[in-house]
Unconditional design. Structure first.
Length: 238
């Protein structure tokens, strides 16, 4: 009994320490995967408290590609700065104004905010069976990620992400043609948008700003319950 209690305390401590270390640019791939795994386990635990029967068995793994961070099959794929291609590093340097700021931006978002965003995509896949590339899907994932970090009381880090998102978004050219909305444009041109960091960044940073500034958002648990009810209603309708 004492060993079980000790193991539980160590697990909670590990999860807490991992969250405190997050939102920075990792140099050590082992530490990156370890902390990402702890955060993923905490997200999963929070999800299963809301819906104990949900089949959510997602892992975090190191897999640096031009997509940087993404959900695929059963894993949230996370990037290591050292492995990012030079062209993408230049994107961060340009938006940050220098290498130090660019590297910081990468840490805040890609070794930071976007992990539970991808877990939000995993949740969407779990309950709906597909993840359509669209404005709505990204907004759902961004909302889930934002509300989960709020639940973890990471307001300081979210505020910093917000300040950087505003700074970066103001530099990006608006790709949306006159006469159409950002929602319609990205829903119709989603795949093409993901190939251009300046276009895709325009979408992602704008969504983050909108969500951060929203005044009517529920808490994480309420939002997840609402999505589960929506899924149940669709099942009953069909």
């Amino acid at each position: 009994m004492k060993k079980t209690a000790l193991a539980f305390i160590l697990l909670i401590t590990t999860m807490s320490n991992a969250q405190k270390k997050w939102f920075l640019t990792y140099q050590d791939s082992v530490a990156l995967v370890k902390d990402a795994t702890s955060i993923t386990k905490k997200f999963t635990k929070d999800l299963k408290k809301i819906e104990p029967t949900i089949q959510f068995n997602i892992k975090a793994k190191l897999n640096t590609t031009p997509y940087l961070i993404f959900f695929y099959k059963d894993a949230a794929n996370i990037p290591l700065w050292e492995q990012v291609i030079p062209e993408q590093k230049q994107f961060f340097y340009q938006l940050g104004g220098n290498e130090t700021e660019g590297k910081k931006i990468f840490g805040l978002f890609f070794n930071g905010f976007y992990l539970p965003h991808e877990l939000g995509h995993a949740f969407e896949f779990t309950i709906y069976g597909q993840i359509p590339g669209s404005y709505e899907s990204e907004y759902l994932a961004n909302t889930i990620g934002f509300l989960w970090w709020k639940k973890q009381k990471r307001d300081k880090e979210l505020k910093l992400c917000y300040e950087y998102a505003k700074k970066m978004w103001s530099q990006l050219p608006n790709p949306v043609p006159n006469g159409t909305t950002i929602k319609d444009y990205f829903s119709k041109n989603y795949e093409e948008a993901t190939q251009d960091p300046f276009v895709y960044g325009y979408l992602q940073f704008k969504q983050f700003i909108d969500i951060y500034e929203a005044t009517n958002l529920p808490d994480f648990d309420t939002f997840i319950k609402k999505e589960l009810k929506k899924k149940k209603a669709l099942e009953q309708k069909n």
